[in-house]
Design a protein around this ligand. Structure first.
Ligand SMILES: Cc1cc2nc3c(=O)[nH]c(=O)nc-3n(C[C@H](O)[C@H](O)[C@H](O)COP(=O)(O)OP(=O)(O)OC[C@H]3O[C@@H](n4cnc5c(N)ncnc54)[C@H](O)[C@@H]3O)c2cc1C
Length: 285
């Protein structure tokens, strides 16, 4: 037994814990897995290339610990099927029966029994995009999520968020969670003027919409990011998420900028042109 003296003169007794075996260590470190089979309650085209899908179902109760803005794994029925097959051992890769794709938890309202996911409609080539375009009320979707301890949002005096259409959900969540007096710049690349949306944001945060009719090619996001004036006073938080090439360019600018510390920015590749998520997951920037 170990006895220590804590500041207010109380004595604290610590009983030694039994040693952990390997299985116990593994269990302790495994993040909590939430999963559920949900069905479409409503589906709305928010713009020509952007679909909001609201899901409902008994299994929503399994997502009590989920954080809006975190990413999840969607289990999409194989082409020609409406069935969702859950992998037997947690999240593994896509199989012939189920395609697994990464999306953002855009909203969760357990009182209203609603989970919202927003999909870029980029055509029929991708199973997730194709599913969202043709899905009907009542269609099934599997959702799996790990409970995360890390927050994507880092409070700061000034923010720079940049993303293409796939980052609209996470950027929308970030904007909605900011303080009213927050200041910063947000750069969002979408297909065209028809895809510009009303986003709730603090008055001191400026929204810049960039257009690119060939997503993944000729993106102006890295260039505009590079020329955005970053204040040298106060704390800063920079976040970028987009197609792999744009993110590689943004990451190299961030790494080479001597005025920025590594803990002031996060930059993620959300997809790679010409490759499915299953093909590119190991090599995206
Ligand atoms: C953490 C994280 C969160 C994400 N959140 C969202 C989200 O909330 N909403 C969202 O729409 N996407 C999101 N994405 C991106 C999404 O996972 C990819 O776009 C995914 O590839 C789409 O799957 P798919 O089955 O439609 O296409 P895939 O089968 O993966 O790809 C098929 C083809 O389509 C191309 N392609 C893939 N995505 C796009 C695109 N957006 N535009 C143009 N061409 C594309 C590929 O290059 C490939 O040639 C997120 C990604 C990550 C890593």
């Amino acid at each position: 037994m170990i006895i220590i003296n804590v500041p207010d003169n109380r004595l604290l007794c610590l009983l030694p814990l039994p040693p952990m075996n390997d299985n116990m260590k593994h269990e302790k470190m495994k993040p909590e897995m939430m999963k559920g089979l949900l069905s479409i309650k409503s589906k709305t085209f928010l713009s020509p290339h952007y679909i909001s899908v609201v899901l409902e179902g008994e299994d929503l109760k399994n997502f009590k610990a989920a954080e809006i803005g975190d990413n999840n794994k969607l289990l999409i029925p194989a082409k020609g099927s409406k069935n969702v097959v859950f992998p037997e051992n947690g999240i593994t890769g896509s199989t012939a029966a189920t395609i697994i794709r990464t999306y953002t938890l855009r909203n969760l309202d357990l009182e209203k029994q609603e989970m919202t996911i927003e999909f870029v409609a980029h055509g029929d080539e991708g199973p997730a995009s194709s599913w969202a375009i043709s899905a009907e009320i009542g269609d099934l979707l599997g959702v799996m999520m790990k409970k995360k301890d890390k927050k994507i949002f880092q409070p700061a005096d000034w923010y720079l968020f940049a993303g293409d259409h796939t980052a609209l959900p996470v950027i929308s969540v970030l904007l909605e969670s900011m303080q009213e007096d927050a200041r910063g710049e947000v750069l969002i690349e979408v297909h065209g003027p028809g895809d510009v949306m009303e986003l709730k944001h603090p008055a001191g945060v400026n929204l810049v919409w960039l257009f690119n009719q060939t997503p993944g090619l000729n993106s102006s996001l890295p260039e505009v990011f590079r020329w955005t004036k970053i204040p040298d006073q106060g704390t800063r938080f920079l976040f970028a998420a987009a197609e792999s090439q744009a993110v590689i360019e943004i990451q190299s600018f961030l790494r080479e900028n001597p005025a920025l510390k590594r803990n002031e920015w996060k930059a993620y590749s959300y997809w790679k042109l010409g490759q499915s998520e299953s093909q590119s997951s190991g090599e995206r920037g």
